[in-house]
Design a protein around this ligand. Sequence first.
Ligand code: C2O
Ligand code: CU
Length: 483
Amino acid sequence: GAAGLGTYAATKGSGASAPKGAFGAPTPVSPDPGQTVVTKSLTAKPITLDLAGRTVSTWGYGDAVPGPLLRATAGDFLRVTLDNQLPDETTIHWHGIRLRNPADGVPGMTQDPVKPETSYVYEFTAPDPGTYFFHPHVGVQLDRGLYAPLIIDDPNEPGGYDAEWVLVLDDWIDGTGTTPEQVLEKLLANDSGSGGMGGMGGMDHGEMGGMNHGAMDEAEPWGDAGDVTYPHFLINGRPPADPETLRAKAGQKVRLRIINAASDTIFTVALGGHRMTITHSDGFPVEPTETDAFYIGMGERYDAIVTLGDGAFPLVAKPVGKAGGGQAMAVARTGSGAAPGGDASPRELTGRVLIGSDLRPAQAAKLPSRRPDATARLTLTGSMQPYAWGMNGAPFGKNEPLTVRAGQRLRINATNMTMMTHPVHVHGHTFALPSGLRKDTVLMAPMQSFAIDLDADNEGDWMIHCHNIYHAEGGMMIALEYI
Ligand code: C2O
Ligand code: CU
């Protein structure tokens, strides 16, 4: 992490003397007797990807983007070996999993970065069922295509669906002419004149009015939602010109597991001709809620159930507030009928668009009610011009960590003091919104405030950051430390 993570070990209060490279090899841990062990090897490496006939060079896990699905059951012990064949250091972060701190994948905070041509073993128990994903926690490597879905099944779940579709959404820079690292460099240099493929064509932020993108729906709550103009948007690594076909039978109930692995794009998701019933948010069950469409921020996951009609339907993820246009699409097919075109615009996109924070938690997902023992302040700060983001008024490395004692209920009073929307992600914990909704990643609209409560039940040093990877690397991160 160019902007900040590398400096963490040097600035951390309790570990001020800990030099970089102090972590060494991962300490092996053993599964409990009777625990099922799920073993997997992942190779991070340069690959070429075929985007509808256009070959791009990029990085991935294995031979494809997304990388291979990793699946286990709640309570299982995962042992994943990362073989780093990239020309750069990397790590894996298991996004949303309440795992042991040393396996969290944050270089300089929980481990040394994994050097090229070396490997690293991640060992942890996955305690909670749900839809997750994993990605590096180094720089903007996520935006190169290093991500893959992670599903933790519920051993007690009744199921109740006939098929399951995993959909991973992404915004895609280019991979050939421009790298994410070059885009970040330009953003940090405030070079707004570039534009074009993988450039920053959307830098019309001088007015700071929030709602200044022509492409934006008037009812859009999110204000400016992204900095980078992407030429492509993908579902499961495929552009709309060559979409994936998801198959089932008419009348069947399908569980959709939708993961937003994009670096800089909030999407509106809709399935043409259908209403969806949202059942889970960031893995946790919610009161089932029917909707035409829903927003999904970077790092968020939603599960939905849908009963399929007969035909071929566009499953569209439309970027929110993006200057460049375009969309991501897959095709849901249960019968014959012409495939929808890549620019299909189902009317559900403009129907009821659910905001995650409007959901109510299922009873089983509620945090037991309890008065907070401690409070902390989390203010999102910064602006597009200059491109300088922070938390509590300073970029990561210069801001004071939030602190908590094990066993406390911590109330974090969060305020977004910027004119952009930011998905705020907390590592190693889940939190409850004022409604009780449990999440690990939540969208904060411009100037919005709310409190989030978390139980300090997982000791270690953890990150809280914006899941716009460019904002995070621009400084929008802060540490959460147990004292
Ligand atoms: Cu998915 Cu710290 O992030
Ligand atoms: Cu942000």
